[in-house]
Design a protein around this ligand. Structure first.
Ligand code: SF4
Length: 479
């Protein structure tokens, strides 16, 4: 399931402030591209790969689509609403294209992969359709479109990881960066489109990941988040040793990779997302416990608290097994922050199943969750096997109960931190006021504190004592 950051980024995208990239030096490039990204962090990370490929094709980035020669929407398909958002956005570009017929419009990402060339029939203004594994073909596709042809490449790959392409950091705060370590997913959860839009799992060359994290650290970044639809199933077998730093001769598991990245510097914080519960091993937990700079936070999507529904979702674990995993995490990493994803109203869900979800949330005491009601997706196993039979009004009522419970759990979690002191990495100004810094604790909690009376800078680590809180934010002062 899309992870934590997904929702956060969704929210930001929904606020109409879709992420337009930093601007390249206008003199360097004759042509300009504008890219808007939607959905999960993998999509945002992919947009950074796309920006690098386009820079290599003579296109510089602009934040202003009015001056762009080429506009790309990097799309999401996880829920019907995500696709509606893209279609609505395309109607706005239709007007611009009518005024500037030479403008090229392209769609990337999961919706492009799901619809393929049908996208061209449904959205006439679209010139280019490219799936998540075909971004290397962009230069040729753009040439075709510049020649007046419609251009499509939606081939999925079993090898492609873009390991050799250095992402162009878009919209970066210069402190934290995402590093994609694997692509695709083999889990086949019945409600999910990802295996169909992003293909089979493949892990990226471990040496290239470590090199990218080192480069980021040398460039002043102080946090990396290792990304994948299911990072814990990362498994890389190097064909040959190459003498490069990080020459790893035997197979690299996720626990091993995490440790290698943590060893780069104790000043480099390491996070990862997303974990499938079945793949989070004791090895990973012990590596996390051994390294201070590996953040004590795990996003562990559960989706439902009912074992019957979990089986229909093909999640491969039961409620009891999942609760034991929560216990194991807290046993090996006391105080570890845990968040989750919940789907309300999945096919045949009864009131009793719903109560199972509420009681499991109560048991897990999540700091935070991403909560949705079930949205049937075309082509998924659930769509083929089950009737979407829970009325929308019931889905919404149950979702509201899940949200209300989570709001209480989040507040209680923050109240438990009152008076405690945390090491915080400063990411920048707080959204609300330039007088305050914003940063996060190792447990991934946002904390805001005044700039008054301290000489801290962005990218610094600082100790902050919690003096107050809301359900979403800790408030504190430097000690
Ligand atoms: S198939 Fe399951 S594990 Fe894979 S991305 Fe979808 S929800 Fe996540």
């Amino acid at each position: 399931m899309l992870d934590v950051l997904t929702q956060k980024i969704h929210d930001e995208a929904r606020q109409g402030e879709a992420y337009a990239p930093f601007i390249n030096d206008p003199t360097q490039y004759k042509k300009r591209f504008y890219i808007e990204s939607y959905g999960c962090q993998m999509n945002f990370s992919d947009s950074e790969i796309v920006a690098s490929i386009l820079n290599g094709t003579g296109y510089g980035a602009t934040r202003n689509y009015e001056e762009a020669d080429l506009v790309f929407l990097n799309t999401c398909s996880i829920r019907e609403k995500a696709e509606q958002t893209v279609r609505k956005r395309l109607t706005e570009f239709r007007k611009i294209k009518q005024a500037r017929p030479g403008l090229l419009v392209g769609v990337l990402g999961c919706m492009a992969e799901r619809l393929k060339s049908k996208f061209l029939e449904e959205e006439q203004l679209v010139d280019i359709v490219v799936g998540p594994d075909a971004y290397r073909s962009l230069p040729a596709l753009i040439e075709e479109a510049e020649g007046g042809q419609k251009a499509v490449n939606v081939l999925l790959s079993r090898e492609e990881t873009y390991a050799d392409i250095s992402p162009v950091r878009l919209n970066s705060n210069g402190v934290s960066a995402f590093v994609s370590i694997m692509r695709g997913c083999n889990n086949m959860c019945t409600f999910c489109v990802v295996p169909f839009t992003r293909g089979r799992e493949r892990s990226r060359d471990a040496a290239s990941i470590i090199k990218e994290c080192k480069d980021l650290f040398d460039r002043g970044y102080r946090e990396v988040t290792l990304l994948g639809q299911n990072v814990d199933s990362y498994y890389f077998t190097p064909e040959t040793g190459n003498g490069e730093p990080g020459n790893l001769s035997e197979a690299v598991t996720f626990a091993r990779l995490l440790e290698e990245v943590a060893k780069i510097s104790p000043l480099l914080r390491v996070r990862f997302s997303t974990s499938h519960p079945k793949d989070i091993t004791d090895d990973v937990l012990h590596v996390m416990a051994r390294h201070n700079n590996i953040c004590k936070y795990i996003h562990l999507p559960v989706q439902s608290g009912s074992s019957r529904i979990l089986q229909m979702m093909n999640r491969t674990y039961t409620r009891e097994w999942y609760m034991a995993k929560i216990d194991r995490i807290r046993e090996i990493i006391p105080g570890c922050g845990i968040s989750s994803d919940i789907i309300s109203g999945f096919c045949t869900e009864t009131e009793e199943d719903h109560q199972d979800t509420l009681s499991l949330m109560e048991y897990s005491r999540y700091d935070l969750s991403y909560m949705f009601f079930y949205s049937e997706r075309p082509g998924t196993l659930a769509q083929r096997r089950y009737k979407d039979d829970v009325p929308e009004s019931v889905k919404k009522r149950r979702l509201q109960e899940v949200v209300d419970l989570q709001n209480r759990l989040s507040r209680e979690s923050n109240e438990r931190d009152l008076g405690k002191t945390f090491e915080v990495l400063i990411e920048g100004d707080s959204k609300k006021s330039g007088e305050d810094w914003m940063g996060r604790t190792s447990q991934n909690k946002v904390i805001v504190f005044s700039k008054q009376g301290n000489t801290c800078q962005k990218g610094n680590y600082v100790h902050v004592q919690v003096t107050d809180c809301t359900k979403a934010t800790l408030l504190g002062e430097v000690v």
